[in-house]
Design a protein around this ligand. Structure first.
Ligand code: ADP
Length: 486
């Protein structure tokens, strides 16, 4: 099965969050399952500079409103998977992916309209796949034009179109006045297609027009179809897709996130020899300038600082948490108010709290290895990857039971020895506080703690399983589509 994967991020070169991790890991896993994936991403400067590339095919162009934008396709190979870059320096030859220093680029609508259309053209000309698998709103134009643009529809009549939602908080919503930039029949600006409360919604368009739509965990799939708050206004769309809508849990890329062979941490360790983890904790404390006090567990957090990730909850609980016998490090960036809050808190509780603002890949690895517990108090969480990494690093996740966190983390039961973390249900500061207290209590019980860590090491969320599920689902949808066309 030939699969063209279209997305706006790919780790390690162009990363804003978990989407990048998915796009770097899923194709290799699909390949190992016997499929032939290729990946299409924008030709960001970071990628153009880092990879050995060669142009493929003739220069191409797309219309964005009245403007004609040219591009070339550059090809590289990463882990045996062809990677195609849509090269247009005016749109993508910039420092950042979506913006610089927290400020989004003002022309992001145009950039990703262009990308989605250009990707569709490149895929038709160079790949002719059985399946086009587009991810999140930045790639939404691809499944939209595959079905809604008369000039492209015929090129994809034998191709299944799939759209995966990674984060509903970002839907690609823009002013109705810009609909002309899409170069689609005005009939598509209706509630049955791209119109959303008088505005254009690209994610909605893709969710309606793709042959299959998925999101990144079974629980999040249920939540966004059932709950108006979590569905961000698209809950009716998901419900209307019936069995064309599913949830497939992301995998964890253990080739990058495994303390047995992690070059970025102080000492390697794993299930068979967990003891060097203590040295990683010591090294992290030394790096952060925290007192070497082994009786106090160190809690790590690596996150975008946004309400999605529960930063408001943590802020509300901070004073109480800081009275507990623990240390904490937060690596993150995002809302300026949250950054300020945590910065001040770190000054106030300088003997126990550190905040590192910014994006630091190496430190993310050292926090996973050097923390005893990993905090994720998310308001909602489509899948979440960091809790899966934490398990592999013997770092006990403390999470709120939502989306993919509910699908991966189970409260530890000291009586049966089952479970891999600490889970709270209600989005309340007290519930978060109580979960941390439960974790601290178990930390003092060395047998229980050893058992908890062993359960974490044993968890296996490898991509092979997720890739198999995607391929089986594509196969089922292809049979349905072939049946409809017969
Ligand atoms: P989301 O995609 O919603 O941001 P995930 O848990 O799915 O959350 O994935 C986040 C990814 O981004 C992980 O690989 C995590 O290590 C990384 N990450 C998040 N914030 C930072 C940061 N400030 N510095 C380094 N890596 C980060």
């Amino acid at each position: 099965m030939k699969i063209a994967i279209v997305a706006a991020e790919i780790a390690p070169w162009a990363k804003a969050g978990g989407l990048a991790d998915v796009i770097s890991a899923l194709p290799s896993a699909m390949r190992q399952c016997g499929a032939q994936p290729s990946v299409i991403v924008p030709g960001y400067r970071s990628l153009m500079d880092a990879l050995t590339l060669e142009p493929v095919g003739p220069p191409m162009e797309v219309q964005i409103g009245n403007q004609t934008d040219a591009f070339t396709v550059m090809r590289a190979e990463v882990n045996g998977v062809p990677l195609y870059l849509i090269d247009n320096p005016a749109y993508f030859g910039r420092e950042g992916v979506y913006g610089d220093r927290g400020t989004p680029y003002p022309d992001n609508f145009r950039r990703y309209l262009f990308f989605g259309r250009a990707a569709a053209l490149a895929v038709a000309a160079l790949i002719q796949p059985d399946v086009v698998h587009a991810h999140d709103w930045h790639a939404a134009m691809t499944p939209i034009v595959m079905r809604a643009d008369p000039a492209l529809r015929g090129l994809f009549s034998n191709t299944l179109s799939i759209f995966t939602v990674h984060n509903l908080a970002f839907q690609g919503i823009f002013d109705a006045g810009d609909f002309g930039l899409l170069n689609l029949d005005p009939a598509y600006f209706s509630v049955d297609f791209l119109e959303f409360w008088g505005r254009i919604n690209l994610m909605k368009g893709a969710a309606v027009l793709a042959d299959g739509i998925s999101t990144v965990s079974p629980t999040y799939a249920r939540e966004i179809a059932a709950d108006a708050e979590l569905g961000f206004g698209l809950e009716g769309v998901f419900r209307s897709r019936g069995d064309r809508f599913t949830g497939i849990l992301n995998g964890a890329d253990y080739s990058e996130w495994d303390p047995m062979g992690d070059p970025m941490i102080a000492h390697c360790y794993g299930a068979s020899d967990p003891s060097p983890k203590r040295m990683c904790v010591r090294a992290l404390r030394a790096e952060l300038g925290l007192p070497q006090d082994e009786s106090r567990p160190l809690i790590g957090m690596i996150t975008r600082l946004t309400p999605q990730k529960g930063t408001d909850l943590l802020m509300n609980a901070m004073e109480a948490i800081m009275k507990l016998d623990l240390q904490m490090v937060i690596l993150g960036s995002g809302d300026p108010a949250a950054e300020d809050f945590f910065q001040h808190a770190a000054d106030q509780y300088s003997d126990r709290l550190r905040i590192k603002l910014g994006f630091d890949h190496g430190l993310a690895h050292r926090i996973q290895a050097g923390s005893d517990m990993f905090l994720m108090p998310s308001r909602f969480e489509p899948c979440g990857l960091t809790q899966m990494y934490a398990l592999r690093y013997g770092t006990a996740p403390i999470v709120r039971a939502t989306g993919g966190l509910r699908d991966t983390i189970v409260e530890f039961d000291p009586k049966t020895g089952e479970g891999n973390g600490f889970v709270f249900e209600e989005y309340r500061a007290e519930a978060l506080f109580e979960a941390i207290v439960r974790a601290l209590e178990l930390f003092q019980n060395s047998d229980g703690w050893r058992r908890l860590k062993a359960n974490g090491f044993a968890a296996d969320f490898s991509w092979a399983y997720a890739a198999r599920q995607y391929l089986d689902w594509f196969e089922r949808l292809r049979r349905v589509r072939a049946g409809q066309r017969a």
